[in-house]
Design a protein around this ligand. Structure first.
Ligand SMILES: *[C@@H]1O[C@H](CO)[C@@H](O)[C@H](O)[C@H]1NC(C)=O
Ligand SMILES: *[C@@H]1O[C@H](CO)[C@@H](O)[C@H](O)[C@H]1NC(C)=O
Ligand SMILES: *[C@@H]1O[C@H](CO)[C@@H](O)[C@H](O)[C@H]1NC(C)=O
Ligand SMILES: *[C@@H]1O[C@H](CO)[C@@H](O)[C@H](O)[C@H]1NC(C)=O
Ligand SMILES: *[C@@H]1O[C@H](CO)[C@@H](O)[C@H](O)[C@H]1NC(C)=O
Ligand SMILES: *[C@@H]1O[C@H](CO)[C@@H](O)[C@H](O)[C@H]1NC(C)=O
Ligand SMILES: *[C@@H]1O[C@H](CO)[C@@H](O)[C@H](O)[C@H]1NC(C)=O
Length: 409
């Protein structure tokens, strides 16, 4: 009996105790929830404010800020698919500060690149870069930016279409990030991805289908074309390359560029599924081949440059404003016909980066002559960009638009 009583007393006490504990827990839970909700709300409104600032911000007008805490976004030697053409550190560059710059738009901050978030967005999708070697550099940058988030067994790289189409795949996400070589977008005699250096360039400005069939159904398309057009005039061919009865005429730049971009935009207008595909065009990438343009010595170029151009609004002679206007007009006309192409206006921000090119620190495809070796600036590459480096920022801009479609529409 005594034992039972004790148990009853004990359990009575126990029940009261549990009840009080429950109350205490409930009260705590309420307080914690309240705090959490407030924080969540603050965080949410913080995010919303940031997005609001972003949507009102010109992402392309700003300045470079030294930031060696967050940059580079990946290590050159850790990127499995790095290109020897862009791996400046591997090829002997010692001053590595070109890797440490963040782009700061005047009115906002760029969202932080999050590889997982991008791969989630690309799940079951194709993203394709289409264009020349600068676009290929941006593609390599994008692959490097995401591939560290993918375990080795779950990623692959392959090449099809005679080497014209390179496909990086993140298996877990069934997502691909691709590059298609078409330096003039339309057909030309420079379409071979390896042997494309020809003496006389000939372009079929009215023909794009041979290339387009490889990329038309992608979910995100990122185009560029500029560098290969930089000459006074070009041979335009009506007829196929094999057809002896084809008609050939020389057509002046900027007109020939416009003809090609019209072919491109007409193709998009008819073939792109507007409900599915997001379109981007990357504006021209500036070159730094003439040092006197930024106050250096005549005859010099980007070789040995280790600092940026600080003059706000600097615009070198390597970038052609009338070609930029053609792109603008073609895109505007397409918008008028209900197809949105977002221009990634990377020209101005890249103009400042005269120190970001490989210069002599890259793989040389042809052996160098004694004469070249004795005067290194003669073989310096002042066109492409070291990675990690400037193209990573182009991809951060692309990322902002992909993750926040409201910026585009
Ligand atoms: C690109 O951005 C620069 C800098 O903000 C600006 O001067 C230029 O007009 C822009 N070009 C286009 C086509 O939007
Ligand atoms: C960043 O740069 C500063 C100044 O050059 C230097 O003192 C610091 O050690 C660097 N930090 C890192 C993480 O490299
Ligand atoms: C990156 O994105 C993923 C998926 O959206 C998210 O779970 C993760 O928290 C993000 N990481 C950072 C550092 O924001
Ligand atoms: C994988 O992605 C492709 C597009 O790249 C899509 O057509 C296919 O349906 C996807 N597979 C699965 C199993 O969802
Ligand atoms: C690859 O090149 C060969 C020879 O130039 C050509 O016959 C073939 O049609 C090409 N294949 C593709 C898929 O373009
Ligand atoms: C796109 O979406 C609209 C509205 O949802 C639909 O009417 C139209 O058929 C779709 N077009 C295509 C090509 O799927
Ligand atoms: C840029 O090119 C124009 C036209 O060719 C020329 O007049 C001008 O002097 C050049 N500027 C520099 C800094 O070389």
């Amino acid at each position: 009996m005594a034992k039972a009583h004790q148990i009853v007393v004990g359990s009575n006490w126990g029940i009261r105790n549990i009840f009080q504990s429950l109350l205490a827990i409930l009260a705590t839970a309420l307080v914690v929830t309240a705090i959490y909700l407030t924080q969540e709300g603050e965080q949410w409104s913080h995010e919303r404010n940031k997005l609001h600032a972003l949507s009102k911000c010109n992402l392309f007008s700003g300045n470079w800020v030294f930031d060696n805490e967050s940059y580079p976004l990946y290590k050159e030697q850790h990127c499995t698919f790095m290109s020897d053409q862009l791996a400046c550190q591997k090829f002997g560059r010692k001053d590595l500060s070109y890797q440490n710059w963040r782009w700061k738009p005047h009115q906002c901050d760029l969202p932080r690149f999050n590889a997982t978030a991008l791969l989630e967005r690309l799940r079951n999708k194709r993203m394709a870069f289409v264009g020349d070697s600068l676009n290929r550099g941006q593609w390599v940058s994008m692959v490097c930016l995401v591939e560290s988030s993918v375990p080795p067994t779950l990623k692959s790289m392959r090449t099809i279409a005679n080497g014209s189409l390179n496909i990086f795949k993140a298996e877990e996400y069934n997502a691909t990030i691709e590059f298609y070589w078409a330096p003039l977008l339309v057909e030309s005699n420079s379409d071979d991805p390896v042997n494309h250096r020809v003496a006389e360039r000939t372009v079929r400005v009215h023909a794009i289908e041979k290339h387009a069939k490889y990329w038309t159904d992608a979910d995100i398309l990122v185009f560029n074309t500029f560098l290969w057009w930089r000459r006074r005039a070009m041979n335009v061919l009506w007829g196929s390359f094999e057809d002896p009865n084809g008609v050939m005429k020389r057509v002046e730049m900027v007109r020939v560029y416009e003809m090609a971009l019209r072919t491109w935009s007409d193709w998009l207008e008819v073939h792109i599924n507007r409900n599915k595909t997001n379109l981007f065009f990357v504006s021209m990438s500036p070159t730094h081949q003439k040092a006197h343009e930024w106050g250096g010595a005549r005859g010099e170029n980007c070789y040995k440059e280790s600092d940026q151009i600080r003059e706000e609004g600097y615009w070198g002679n390597g970038s052609n404003p009338s070609m930029m206007r053609v792109v603008e007009n073609v895109i505007e006309d397409l918008n008028g016909r209900g197809l949105k192409v977002q221009l990634l206006n990377i020209t101005q921000l890249s103009e400042y980066r005269k120190e970001g090119h490989p210069s002599i620190y890259r793989k040389q495809w042809d052996p160098l002559t004694q004469q070249q070796l004795s005067n290194p600036k003669t073989y310096a590459d002042c066109i492409h960009w070291c990675l990690p480096g400037v193209p990573d920022v182009w991809n951060e801009l692309l990322y902002a638009y992909i993750l926040h479609p409201s910026l585009t529409f």
